[in-house]
Design a protein. Structure first.
Length: 246
């Protein structure tokens, strides 16, 4: 196990991935991984470059727990001017309790130059309920909380140390062994001020195209009720990329 943790932390410094589909103990026993990447280059009347990439590594003991880690980056330029630069790292441990209940703990680090966030660090824990309906898919409800530290790139925004509640709903449905739809939504208000909240939504469709190579389509809608000064509250994005599972 210690070799897996060392490998995970070393790889997370190099590659990247954001995962949407919830995972269940016993679904994929042992070690597994996913690589993801996409790029877009335009020249002529439009001059732009956009790159995203990632990796996810998991270990599932097929009985009582699983752990996984992922890292994602996005970088873009238009006419020689940078217009995207963000990173995202997440480590999570899930342990079964009983009767479809799990407890989970996580740590997270992210940065986004264009939302003025130099560093946002999270550490939290909670409970998860899994409802399985084979015909309709898998539904998950999560309840918990986390500590949040934010360091902004501007001098006018003070550093933040917050405690937030963390409620989420996640869903996945496999239409066939070659295609899957996933959705996740988070609601994260501060314990001391519910008007200061973060809402995140993501939906993803993944389709097998050849052996272990998949194409995926992702839509994200996020809202930060109180972002840094001068930053818009809402972000929307659509992404098409490729995934290789191993």
């Amino acid at each position: 196990m210690k070799y897996f943790v060392i490998l995970l932390l070393s790889v997370l410094n190099v590659y990247a991935l954001v995962s949407i589909s919830p995972v269940e103990i016993g679904d994929n026993p042992g070690f597994s991984g996913v690589l993801k990447g996409a790029f877009d280059t335009k020249r002529g009347n439009t001059d732009s470059d956009n790159y995203t990439g990632g990796v996810k590594l998991s270990y599932d003991n097929n009985q009582s727990y699983l752990m996984w880690g992922e890292f994602n980056f996005t970088y873009g330029e238009a006419s020689g001017v940078k217009n995207a630069n963000n990173t995202f790292t997440h480590l999570r441990y899930i342990h079964a309790i009983e009767h479809n209940w799990d407890w989970e703990a996580f740590v997270q680090s992210q940065g986004n130059e264009f939302t003025m966030v130099d560093e946002r660090l999270l550490a939290g824990a909670g409970l998860r309920l899994h409802l399985n309906k084979e015909r309709y898919g898998d539904l998950y409800f999560g309840f918990g909380g986390f500590y949040e530290y934010i360091n902004y790139t501007t001098s006018v925004d003070e550093r933040e140390n917050n405690l937030r509640s963390n409620t989420y709903i996640a869903y996945k449905k496999e239409f066939t062994k070659d295609s899957k739809l996933s959705y996740v939504a988070y609601y994260q208000p501060k314990f001391t001020d519910i008007s200061d909240y973060i809402i995140s939504n993501a939906v993803e469709l993944t389709i097998l195209i050849y052996e272990k190579l998949y194409i995926n389509f992702t839509i994200n809608y996020n809202k930060d009720a109180k972002p840094a000064i001068g930053v818009k509250r809402v972000d929307f994005s659509q992404h098409t990329g490729f995934i290789y599972k191993f």
